[in-house]
Design a protein. Structure first.
Length: 65
């Protein structure tokens, strides 16, 4: 049972990293560690900032829709 849980955790971690689902968690950890007095944006605001940054930088790739 323990090895099954460990395998499921590994799969979950892999999928979150592959889809970049963990980006918000990394960002929150960074803000809390390096800028403890700064407000942490909600996930929706974070995703909006991220999308705006990607669309404004042509090196980030083409976004068709």
């Amino acid at each position: 049972m323990r090895s099954l849980r460990r395998a499921l955790r590994a799969v979950r971690w892999y999928v979150r990293e592959l889809t970049d689902e963990s980006a918000y968690d990394r960002y929150v950890a960074h803000v809390r560690k390096d800028h403890p007095r700064a407000p942490v944006p909600c996930r929706r605001d974070f995703e909006r900032m991220r999308t705006d940054r990607q669309e404004s930088d042509p090196r980030q790739g083409f976004r068709c829709c």
